[in-house]
Write a new protein. Structure first.
Length: 261
């Protein structure tokens, strides 16, 4: 998984200057930032990385950055805490979930003087910026390792959902495997959840091929064309097979889906 510490450190630069991105959005008051956390701050993964970054940002910027935890990907849960922060003078609201995208778009339109940032989001606007990391880079290296040590060349990949920023890691994994083993094939199993360890093992038993190695991706919509064409649904998972597909670069990031840093 990519370093959220480095990713949010990039956001800190925006906080320090009080200005923003391409269309020249500028805060009208000194920056005051607040976080909406998708899960509890000590979840051992995604949210904890943002929490660790938040602490570093406070120290680096000399400001207190409050947060709320366990804000589900639902407008009814996202809107109230965001509105409260705004009412208290916070003019930078940082989200941490793909599912915040639509609600952040609505909030940004309602509060044009507030800057909204959302990790793994798919919406952007004059005062809204989604951002993400280049996760495909590490997965390419994982694929090289898998392709190099696998005896069968049949590889497995457990992913969360068949969305663009998951698919580009799957594609990169396959490209990395093919680098060392041109005959390698990858079977991707999508468990339909971002953080549910109980779903990781059972789908592999229903995979159409036995994976000699596997790589997990539970980061955070649009499937790449080749994956959509070859995907099929089972009771709880979606399985996509890459065998015999033409070589391709990692998925291009869908329009409006954010900025890699």
């Amino acid at each position: 998984m990519f370093s959220k510490l480095a990713l949010v450190a990039g956001t800190a630069a925006l906080l320090a200057t009080g200005s923003a991105w391409a269309e020249g959005f500028t805060l009208k008051a000194p920056p005051k930032a607040a976080f909406l956390f998708f899960k509890e701050k000590n979840d051992g993964g995604w949210t904890q990385a943002f929490e660790e970054a938040r602490v570093k940002m406070e120290k680096a910027l000399g400001m207190q950055i409050p947060y709320v935890e366990n804000i589900a990907e639902d407008a009814a849960q996202i809107t109230p805490p965001a509105e409260k922060f705004i009412q208290r003078g916070y003019n930078i609201i940082i989200g941490t979930a793909f599912g915040y995208s639509d609600t952040f778009k609505e909030l940004a339109a309602k509060h044009p003087e507030v800057a909204f940032l959302n990790a793994a989001g798919t919406t952007n606007g004059p005062n809204l910026q989604s951002f993400y990391g280049r996760t495909y880079e590490s997965q390419y290296l994982c694929g090289m390792v898998a392709g190099g040590v696998s005896k069968s060349g049949k590889l497995g990949f457990v992913g969360a959902n068949p969305f663009g920023i998951v698919n580009w890691t799957v594609n990169a994994y396959e490209l990395g495997a093919e680098k060392l083993n041109p005959k390698a094939t990858v079977t991707a199993v999508f468990i339909g959840a971002w953080n549910d360890p109980s779903r990781n093992a059972p789908p592999l038993k229903r995979s159409p091929t036995k994976a000699s190695m596997s790589s997990a991706s539970t980061s955070t919509r649009r499937p790449c064309r080749s994956w959509r064409r070859n995907a099929r649904s089972t009771a709880q998972v979606t399985i996509a097979t890459c065998a015999n597909l033409p070589r391709r670069r990692p998925c291009a990031r869908p329009p409006g889906s954010g900025t890699s840093i």
